[in-house]
Design a protein around this ligand. Structure first.
Ligand SMILES: [Zn+2]
Length: 344
């Protein structure tokens, strides 16, 4: 609590003296968003606080940032920088990760009203599907959990859960956003495939699998019609976030890297009829081999390293700053956050 308060005080100070006041260009601030959900939306319960903004907050962010930055399309800026002619001054590029359906329902109207250029990174094989990312599956499982379910798990599954420090002694009501965040963080040491397999086992012992797995009829991710409509607006451009949201870690084979990185670019070109020049590393993970494949297939890529980007810096490791509702409820907090200073 005190830590959070201290941080918000620091953010207010950074709002007063941050680089959005004094830094001269050319330079680029790239922001990361994920989900855009109104207050009271049921999906908010199974989402990490660091993934969410409301449509009203998004509109406030856009309005505030326009006073300090010139909005640009990320690929335009990178291309101009490569040609030695980046736009002067402080530029702003907005990005959305994962391709959530709410980006069409709740962000697109805000994007249109603000005339804001954005890049949206799609997980190509999941477009139009009812796929759920493992952190969301895990959050739903924790919310539906009761210690009595543990007795129906086989020993191997239990051992694996314990080794990942997944608490099996909690009841769902105790699964606060902070606890869910912490468990997700600990599980990141395991591969995506292992986590999905483990969640298959756990969901099977929950009495009402649909309460853990979500409403069968719900589709969380964009479909291709929504993608095309957004693309046709000219405001939204699409990049790749791999085919299956596979984290590009050392354990992937060369053929998998090729498939996830170059394969997703081919799919985007085929579905949208235009090239997708940018890539986004899932969870920010990038092995040296993955980096080489990305460099071969794209014009640039965004990372999860925090900070501003400048001409001459690596266009395949563009820094970004996440600005979700938990850190940017007010314009002072937002502007403090985008300073990129450590700890904000
Ligand atoms: Zn992602």
């Amino acid at each position: 609590m005190i830590k959070r308060l201290a941080k918000s005080v620091l953010r207010v100070s950074a709002n007063l003296i941050g680089p959005h006041h004094w830094r001269r260009g050319p330079c680029l601030l790239v922001l990361t968003y994920h989900r855009v959900l109104p207050e009271g939306h049921p999906d908010r319960a199974s989402e990490q606080p660091g993934m969410l903004v409301t449509p009203e907050l998004l509109a406030m962010h856009f309005e505030t940032l326009k006073h300090y930055f010139t909005p640009v399309h990320l690929d335009d800026w990178l291309r101009a920088a490569k040609a030695g002619d980046p736009p002067p001054g402080r530029s702003l590029a907005i990005t959305f990760d994962d391709g959530w359906r709410d980006n069409y329902e709740h962000a697109f109207p805000v994007i249109r009203a603000a005339g804001m250029p954005v890049t949206l990174f799609l997980v190509t094989d999941m477009v139009g599907s009812r796929y759920q990312f493992w952190p969301n599956r895990l959050a739903r499982v924790l919310k539906a959990w009761h210690p009595k379910h543990a007795q129906h798990l086989d020993e191997a599954t239990k051992r694996q859960l314990v080794s990942l420090s997944v608490p099996l002694d909690i009841v769902g009501a105790e699964a606060t956003p902070e606890l869910i965040d912490a468990v997700i963080g600990r599980c990141k040491v395991a591969s995506d495939a292992r986590l999905h397999a483990l969640l298959d086992q756990v969901e099977a012992v929950l009495p009402d699998a649909s309460s853990a797995g979500g409403d069968e009829t719900a589709r969380d991710l964009l479909d291709w019609d929504e993608v095309r409509e957004m693309a046709d607006s000219g405001l939204v451009r699409f990049g790749s976030h791999t085919r299956r949201h596979t984290r590009l870690r050392e354990d992937l084979k060369e053929t998998q890297l090729e498939d996830e990185i170059a394969g997703s670019r081919r799919i985007l070109k085929e579905k949208l009829g235009r090239p997708a020049p940018l890539f986004c590393y899932p969870n920010g993970d990038c092995s040296p081999r993955a980096y080489a494949v990305v460099k071969d297939a794209y014009e640039g890529a965004v990372s999860m390293q925090r900070g501003w980007h400048a001409p001459g810096e690596d266009p395949f490791m563009v820094k970004r700053i996440g600005v979700h509702g938990d850190v940017s409820q007010f314009s002072t907090g937002l502007l403090g956050r985008v300073s990129g200073w450590k700890g904000l």
